[in-house]
Ligand binder design. Sequence first.
Ligand code: MRU
Length: 341
Amino acid sequence: MRTIDWDNKKNSIIMIDQTLLPGEYRVIECSTIESLCEAIKSLRVRGAPALGAAGGFGIALAAFKSSASSLEGLMKDIESAGKTIIATRPTAVNLSWGVNRVIRSVEDARNIKEARMFALDESKAIADEDVKKNKQLGEYGASLLDDGDTVMTHCNAGKLACVDWGTALGVIRSARAEGKDIRVISCETRPLNQGSRITTWELMEDKIPVTLITDSMSGHVMRKGMVDKVIVGADRITQDAVFNKIGTYTHSVIAKEHEIPFYVAAPVSTFDFEHLEEEIEIELRKPDELKYFGNHQIAPLSVEVYNPAFDATPMENVSAIITENGVFYPPFLLEEVKIRV
Ligand code: MRU
């Protein structure tokens, strides 16, 4: 199934629980805003485009679960749900984009039934478009890869970070669909190991050759000439920086040092050219993520911990940004990114 979807029979959200991978593949249901928010906070659903879909479906869920007897009451309920959902994770811009897009779609509704229908149609459209955009983006990005390339990636920007196909891994899937022999080096992505748990799992499911390394090995493999290109996803692209999983910036610096192209693959919904890096809140996660590995304690419990979930890579380290509207090279201009196809 897709990473996240709508259950038409139950009018609830279903998703693959990514915290259980690779040990267990389980589909869970979120039938309340509380359970959806818990799923987002604990990364059962994660990755910027998947969060966009989660935000959209969350508003549809709020519309269906609202007990309001008037349209005004329902609008209040969905706006309040939207605020709660957006507050779960502050950095990935797609979450608020998905929430706001579905709220806007309800504004012309004349009654509660219509509001529910509009919200559901729009959230399903977000999910369907995500798949189409990723495939388009994948095709554009594939032109940057040569037969025989080894691509290093960080975190998971694959089908599990999206509704399907993926952004960074979507480019690799598209290049392989064209018959190119592409291999992947996946960084484990401490502390929550999206690289080792999810990226390797989904690539192996698709029989795409992948080698797992620790994050701290990226300098070594790039210096050894084992990496031809780096492709990562993004959680937010401001005028001056690309926000992505913590560790991405380090890889970009090493790639620049070794003249290895550093590509970012992201849909236009990830762009936030109204803001600068310094204005963006980077999500700080719980110290326990560094003090425990699963249930196993790996640090003194009283040690001070700094655990940002994302970092910012300055644009001068980015060789190109791959979107569904084409491939963009520096300087990255918003108007061009929005319009050019
Ligand atoms: O904390 P996560 O797992 O949601 O972080 C995800 C990432 O950083 C991805 O690289 C990013 O969202 C791009 S997904 C196509």
